[in-house]
Design a protein around this ligand. Structure first.
Ligand code: IVH
Length: 684
């Protein structure tokens, strides 16, 4: 082909791509279609045919590149050019007032005169898009703020995201930031599909879809995105406000949230908050608050950052959503240690984007305290992913029925239930033979904080216990292809006999189950001890036991008084541990597991003196660890804990949403350490 021919074809391809990009932009971003589906398909097919003929001329920004990539083995990690920050939160107007006072003081300006860009806080996942010469190069998740996962192939499937930027004045290299989400309608439609796994809410559905290794699956999910910020830019942009940044983003072809506004002072912010909160249910996607951003970029620069959040912005969160519904019945669930938990069956109700059917009633004392009866109308609350709970009774039904603790366990063994005096909890005394306890023990064993065997779900465990395939945790290691295939066949037979079984496993799912068990054959001793599900033995206790005894063998030979000597172990836990390891059956189960090849990796060394008597104050929310537990780690590494920030302390450790303690440390010039960095010092 002559150079001239190539030039002509390139031009044709260019025209087709521009036409399709423009049709996509009108359809997906502006919601203003300019062609019928048929017209669109004709142009698209033309492009496919031409690219098939000239594969060398396929470009990165061609609309044909939105789907069809080969599945990945794993996501690569990519560095963001500029760190992705998070936001501090306020929940109450009083705290919003204090925030305004703080920025007033820093800027020496009356905050009533200050302009704010006010934006709904989208409840999705933050994303960073890198464009080079106007073409989408890399899309990455937020990750730890400095580096995230490369999800470019999945992001390209989102048709409202431009593969090539529109308009002029585009910097050579620029990072664009926003939120990927799935609409409320999209979430309901994914969940109504026949998948075994249902998502808890739209945010989880978006996260699950964005993190698909197979971009064809991501392409089949209704992902969408709004954009609200610019990260790194190789050239200085000619803008002086956040409002103008949003305008620029729209000009380059991005979707920005149509509810964004620019307002003045705290009154403008409050008004916007009220307005959006009142229409929240009718907004087609989930939002969990409002973000107020000081509009003027010069002021933003003056205000700067504290820890990992800007001082120039604050998120004002909505209160947890509450709905009223009916308690239709109450059943009792038996956990791994035999504790009975009353669970209310509710008339299904949607709360914050999730259909709620059950709510925990905690224990009998709680039921009496809140005066809850079957037939009552109650208010249900759900915050984030937390299990829904009953706030209070709203209407007492005339025919309300008292909730009575059953005398016998709901499992087929019917063992006796006992409630010890002074204890809130009732327990099933049927011990190990109780199927409900067996299920609970295995579910606990595979859970994230225990052995983290993610491929084995709760439903499957319940079925395998019902079928007598799993009787205890060591039976997990006996599972093989044949057993699981037979199980599938047998459950099909049971289905015919009228019993309800929902599990269907294909060859791939069976392989996944077995792989997920095999992949977790190396574990920390502390995790294994925790996995055993001994009553009162949480993660901290399991850690202390692992530190002291160094091996399961030593622990199993320990005597009661020796265990009791450990600082964080009380008499009840000590007795539980002692009894557990003096039960031959438990030793047999553990030996079976070890016989199947489970190995221990070294537990981190504890009880150092690296903190050298320094005093720390902890503030803000921490990831994966409570403040109390971090305090225990500090003490066991030779440090001290205080509640008050003063010049005498060594440092303030900050998690997210730190509040007034951080302000005080700032004022006093006290050292501030990010919680994540501190975890690294303690090797947590
Ligand atoms: S601005 C420097 N604007 O909230 C500030 N964030 O809690 C960077 N979010 O990671 C964020 N809607 O995922 C900003 N209109 C909005 C937002 C928003 C949702 C998310 C974002 C961020 C998180 C912080």
């Amino acid at each position: 082909m002559s150079i001239k021919d190539t030039k002509i074809i390139k031009k044709d391809l260019d025209n087709l791509r521009n036409e399709i990009n423009s049709l996509n932009y009108h359809y997906y971003v502006l919601d203003d279609p300019k062609a019928t589906d048929h017209e669109y398909d004709v142009i698209f097919n033309k492009l496919i045919t031409l690219e098939d003929l000239f594969p060398d001329l396929v470009t990165q920004d061609s609309p044909t590149q939105r789907v069809g990539a080969e599945p990945l083995d794993k996501f690569e990690t990519v560095d963001h050019k500029q760190q992705m920050l998070s936001l501090n939160n306020v929940f109450h107007l009083k705290d919003l007032g204090l925030y305004m006072e703080r920025i007033e003081k820093k800027l020496i300006i009356d905050s009533k005169k200050l302009q704010f860009s006010v934006e709904p806080k989208l409840d999705g996942l933050a994303i960073n898009l890198l464009y080079i010469d106007g073409v989408l190069d890399i899309a990455a998740t937020r990750g730890d703020g400095s580096k995230g996962e490369n999800v470019t192939k999945n992001i390209k499937t989102i048709k409202s995201i431009p593969l090539k930027l529109l308009g002029n004045n585009i910097p050579t290299t620029i990072e664009i930031r926003g939120e990927v989400f799935i609409s409320k309608e999209g979430f309901l439609s994914i969940n109504s599909e026949d998948n075994e796994k249902k998502f808890a809410n739209a945010r989880n559905a978006a996260a699950g879809s964005l993190r698909q290794l197979d971009s064809k699956i991501a392409a089949s999910r209704p992902l969408d995105a709004f954009f609200y910020a610019i990260g790194f830019s190789s050239e200085k942009l000619n803008v002086n406000t956040q409002t103008k940044i949003l305008k620029n983003l729209a000009g380059w072809g991005f979707k920005t949230c149509h509810l964004n506004e620019t307002v003045q002072g705290i009154d403008g912010c409050k008004k916007f908050y009220e307005k959006i909160n009142s229409i929240r249910e009718d907004i087609p996607y989930d939002i969990d608050g409002i973000v107020y951003k000081v509009d003027n970029l010069k002021y933003q620069q003056e205000l700067g950052f504290v820890s990992r959040a800007p001082r120039w912005a604050i998120a004002h969160k909505f209160p947890a959503e509450e709905k009223i519904t009916l308690i239709e019945n109450v059943r009792f669930q038996v956990g791994r240690t035999g504790v009975l938990t009353p669970v209310a069956n509710l008339k299904p109700v949607e709360v914050g984007g999730v259909i709620v059917r059950n709510a925990t009633l905690h224990n009998m004392d709680e039921i009496r305290k809140k005066d809850i009866h079957i037939g009552d109308k109650v208010s249900i609350r759900r915050a984030g992913d937390v299990i829904p709970e009953i706030v209070n009774v709203v209407v007492k039904s005339k025919s309300r029925k008292k909730i009575i603790l059953p005398k016998n366990c709901p499992c087929p063994l019917n063992s006796k239930i006992e409630k010890e005096k002074g204890m809130a909890f009732a327990k099933c005394k049927g011990a190990k033979d109780c199927p409900a306890q067996k299920k609970g023990a295995i579910i606990h064993y595979v859970s994230k904080k225990a052995m983290d065997i993610q491929g084995v779900g709760e439903k499957l465990i319940n079925r395998l216990v019902d079928e007598n395939i799993l009787n205890n945790i060591s039976d997990l290691y006996k599972l093989n292809n044949k057993i699981l295939k037979d199980f599938v066949m047998n459950t099909a037979v049971r289905e015919d006999s009228g019993k309800e079984y929902e599990i269907t496993l294909g060859d791939k799912s069976i392989k996944n189950i077995l792989d997920s068990i095999n992949n977790k054959m190396e574990v920390k001793l502390s995790n294994f001890i925790f996995s055993l599900g001994i009553g009162e033995v949480g993660e901290v206790t399991a850690n202390s036991l692992a530190d002291k005894y160094k091996s399961i063998d030593n622990l199993s030979k320990a005597d009661y008084n020796d265990i009791l000597e450990l600082k964080d172990i009380g008499p009840v836990a000590a007795l539980n541990i002692f009894n557990f390891f003096n039960d031959k059956n438990n030793i047999k189960i553990i030996n079976n597991i070890l016989g199947n090849g489970l190995k221990f990796v070294k537990n981190r060394d504890k009880k150092t003196n690296i903190l050298n008597n320094q005093t720390y104050v902890i503030t803000g929310k921490l990831n994966n660890i409570s403040r109390q537990k971090l305090g225990e780690h500090i003490i066991s590494n030779g440090g001290n804990i205080s509640n008050t920030v003063s010049k005498k302390i060594f440092a303030l450790i900050v998690g997210s949403d730190p509040g007034s303690k951080l302000e005080k440390a700032d004022k006093l010039g006290v050292k501030v350490i990010e919680a994540e960095d501190f975890f690294k010092i303690l090797k947590l």
